[in-house]
Write a protein that binds this ligand. Structure first.
Ligand code: DAH
Length: 366
């Protein structure tokens, strides 16, 4: 038997022994040990490879190389198969002894609750998002231009008294700084930077110098704006009626559009929903009473021009509503001021579970 045959024989022996050992291995550590001692850098295969240089004949070198490569593949395949089998065995054993006792009481709740304002904003976004509205934002600190002037409130116009404004020292772009009194500022900001078609909603904080049972100096609003070539009042009506039904999760809510006045819309309307007041209880969707929930209208041509949009080509509608107000109505929250008290007992009662994210398909508030 010449030297080449000796080597080939050794390789065959190595394969036989390895396959036998591998098939009997019971744990992953042992398997890894075998892998290192046969296929590793200083393992049997590498040592046998080293013998190649003792042969001058190309054929002999080739033969040893090929045989060792085949051996490597065979052993490594066997190791991989064994690994899969062992891992499955380990998993099955774990599944056998790791059981979940579903009769155990649930763990104490450690996470907090979602504030009803955040919940309501999420619901409003989910509804208008479904209708193709995009979220837009603007800053709380604004200037007179965006809060009033561009929205068709001329200087000293009596309509400015609709709001008790917090003015700040200083000016931006020659315009008095203030805390925005409404989210309609985002209409202006959006139209100034975006060409129609526009379809946005913009929730956010607003500020007015007012504090009593039904007013707080800071509260939340959501503004909506749609600008296109052929948008008209019937689109506004359809959109808001759909919103009311979806938001209150009631099939048919009586909705009334009552003529009103806002400097930035013409015509303007306020939207009332039908309700029943009985012994201090309020039921939405029933009865003969009406409750105002939002302001809306067709964007005034002057506002479009102020924002560099040609009113002879484009028109649109806008609406604005108070978040706390619609939250109070839907969730039966009686006092507005509690929204801002940071009373954990109140939040525990009126708050929402963190993972119950409102979606139209999954349910808004269930
Ligand atoms: N900005 C108004 C307010 O704060 C609400 C409003 C009314 C917004 C009519 C609108 C609208 O966009 O068209 O009272």
């Amino acid at each position: 038997m010449d030297k080449l045959e000796d080597i080939i024989k050794n390789v065959e022996l190595l394969i036989d022994n390895s396959l036998q050992t591998i098939s009997k291995i019971k744990n992953l550590d042992e398997l890894e040990h075998i892998r290192v001692s046969t296929l590793g850098k200083r393992g049997s295969i590498s040592i046998l490879m080293g013998l190649i240089c003792g042969f001058s004949s190309n054929d002999a070198r080739k033969k040893i190389g090929l045989t060792l490569n085949d051996a490597k593949i065979t052993i490594s395949d066997a190791i991989n198969v064994r690994k899969i089998i062992l891992e499955e065995q380990i998993l099955n054993e774990r599944l056998g002894y790791e059981q979940i006792d579903i009769t155990l009481p649930v763990r104490n709740e450690r996470v907090g609750r979602i504030h009803p304002i955040s919940q309501t904003i999420d619901e409003v976004i989910a509804i208008f998002g479904q209708m193709g509205f995009i979220l837009a934002e603007g800053p709380d600190i604004e200037n007179d231009e965006n809060n009033f002037k561009a929205l068709n409130f001329p200087d000293k116009h009596p309509a400015r008294r609709m709001f008790d404004t917090f003015f700040l020292p200083g000016k931006r772009n020659d315009s008095q700084l203030l805390l925005r009194t409404h989210t309609s500022t985002v209409q202006v900001r959006t139209m100034l930077i975006q060409n129609p078609p526009i379809r946005i909603i913009s929730p956010g904080r607003v500020y007015r110098r007012d504090f009593d049972m039904t007013h707080t100096p800071m509260f939340n609003q959501v503004e909506g704006l749609v600008i296109e070539k052929t948008i008209n009042m019937s689109h506004l009506k359809g959109c808001l009626i759909e919103f009311v039904k979806t938001y209150f999760e009631i099939h048919s809510v009586p909705v009334r559009f009552r003529p009103s006045f806002f400097p930035f819309t013409e015509p303007s309307a306020e939207v009332d929903i039908g309700c029943l007041r009985n012994n201090g209880e309020l039921k939405i969707g029933l009865g003969t009473d009406w409750l105002e929930i939002l302001g809306c209208g067709m964007v005034h041509p002057e506002v479009l021009s102020n924002c560099n949009i040609d009113p002879s080509k484009y028109q649109g509608f806008a609406f604005g509503m108070g978040i706390e107000r619609i939250a109070m109505l839907k969730y039966g929250i009686p006092d507005l001021r509690n929204f801002f008290c940071s009373d954990l007992r109140w939040l525990k009662h009126y708050g929402f579970m963190p993972l119950d994210i409102p979606t139209i398909l999954g349910g808004l508030s269930r």
